[in-house]
Design a protein around this ligand. Structure first.
Ligand SMILES: Nc1nc2c(c(=O)[nH]1)N[C@H]1C(S)=C(S)[C@@H](COP(=O)(O)OP(=O)(O)OC[C@H]3O[C@@H](n4cnc5c(N)ncnc54)[C@H](O)[C@@H]3O)O[C@H]1N2
Ligand code: MOO
Length: 400
């Protein structure tokens, strides 16, 4: 269980992680939620043959034959012409309006000359029909959205076009975040000379919300088994994420505190850099616990690598991360025994290829470097030196 590979550790964390429940979300609240059932159309869109232009609906057979058409009525969006168009007749029609029965051509109004109750057309060669067929967008019975997709504004539009006011979505995983350490003072507070501002929980809470979870920040706990166990004991959540106290020092007390809460440890350490002390298990109440290291880069890299897929799985979404491939902008030395996820800046070169430049200082304590990164670059365990231009696996970071 010590120093599992990233893949094995993730596999253990995802083992048995499935959707927690289903609830209804009104359309405006559904953005960002994971769909729990397929959306199937029960109506065609458009539900009728619709005009694509403002103009005149006639029979194509009359076009170029009839000189002056009799204007017999109008079809507007939401107010159809109720009868069929007969030979020699024209119906005034507008974009989005039903094309009346009998008509199979809409002549645009720019090509029409209206004279009282007559209209004539400057006939050209085989004009476009300007008709959108019924069901041209989707048909009744079509599967429009698959369970497991995250609702974004475009998918929301499709659900609305299909007439759904409410969508079945996965319940959001509730995630408690606990920062630990005597040295931590909340931003805005007054740190003693041997203290620092607590930063980890803020980014984690924002990431958890962006990844579909419900973040609940617990008050930071001091370096004491009692304080840490008490902070978590009654947290009514699906998952607890702790920051810090994960390593082997005398004040790394999170695992001992969780042992009091019945810790069933599934991942002890991971062969990853940064983030080796990351651990995972279950505590009483069937709650999952992910222990992230305190170093800010270790915490955030491991949140990307492990927390993000775990939240996806607990929401019924695909937990596979959106890895990419890019070219290195500069050579890199060989890698040690841990899979290394380097903070990097992405750019597009002159030929449209994605290039990544890992920052020279990859120390896991550096918040400043992370704030400038927009990708992680992966170096496999034991990888030989890499040259500029070599292809590497990347994980893009979502930046505002
Ligand atoms: N003898 C060894 N020492 C260490 C090992 C090891 O294997 N043997 N592992 C190192 C590695 S790798 C890491 S990563 C760190 C992780 O340690 P912890 O998870 O126990 O983290 P802490 O010691 O609590 O804190 C580390 C560092 O991060 C700061 N920190 C903690 N929480 C926050 C927060 N919420 N916001 C901002 N900064 C935070 C803390 O002040 C420390 O500076 O252990 C190595 N040691
Ligand atoms: O794994 Mo630690 O995160 O290398 O500093």
């Amino acid at each position: 269980m010590k120093n599992l590979t990233v893949e094995d550790a993730r596999g253990r964390m995802l083992d048995g992680a499935t959707r927690l429940g289903v609830e209804a979300a009104a359309l405006p609240d559904a953005v960002g939620r994971v769909l729990a059932q397929d959306v199937v159309a029960d109506r065609c869109q458009p539900p009728f043959d619709a005009s694509a232009m403002d103009g005149w609906a006639i029979r194509r057979a009359d076009y170029g034959v009839v000189e002056a058409f009799a204007v017999v009525g109008e079809s507007a969006a939401g107010r159809a012409y109720p009868k069929a168009v007969q030979a020699g007749q024209a119906v005034r029609i507008f974009t989005g309006a039903p094309v009346p029965a009998g008509a199979d051509l809409v002549v645009i109004q720019e090509e029409a000359i209206r004279d009282g109750d007559r209209v004539s057309f400057a006939a050209g060669e085989s004009p476009k029909a300007n008709i959108r067929p019924a069901g041209g967008d989707f048909r009744s019975g079509d599967r429009l959205l698959e369970a497991g997709v995250r609702i974004d504004p475009w998918r929301l539009s499709l659900a609305a076009a299909a007439g759904l006011a409410v969508l079945p979505v996965a319940r959001r995983p509730k995630v408690a975040i606990l920062a630990t350490g005597d040295e931590l003072v909340p931003p805005g507070g007054a740190p003693a000379p041997d203290q620092i501002f607590e930063s980890g929980s803020f980014s984690l809470a924002a990431l958890i919300e962006a990844w579909g979870g419900q973040a609940i920040k617990l008050a930071p706990a001091a370096d004491s088994v009692d304080a840490i166990a008490a902070a978590v004991a009654d947290a009514a959540v699906d998952l607890v994420v702790t920051i810090g106290g994960a390593s082997v020092g005398d004040y790394d007390l999170v695992k001992p505190a969780m042992t009091r809460l019945g810790l069933d440890l599934r991942v002890q350490t991971i062969a990853v850099r940064p983030g080796k002390p990351t651990w995972f298990g279950f505590i009483e109440g069937g709650r999952r616990v992910l222990g992230l290291p305190g170093n800010p880069a270790s915490a955030l890299v491991c949140a990307e690598l492990f927390l993000r897929p775990l939240l996806a799985a607990l929401s019924g979404a695909d937990p596979v991360l959106p890895f990419g491939v890019a070219r290195l902008s500069a050579p890199l030395p060989g890698n040690g025994p841990r899979e290394h996820w380097m903070r990097a800046a992405r750019s597009i070169d002159n030929e449209g290829r994605v290039t990544v430049a890992p920052f020279p200082d990859q120390d896991s304590s550096l918040v400043g470097v992370f704030a400038r990164a927009d990708a992680l670059v992966m170096r496999p365990a034991g990888a030989p030196p890499a040259a500029a231009g070599d292809l590497v696996t990347t994980l893009p970071l979502a930046r505002a």
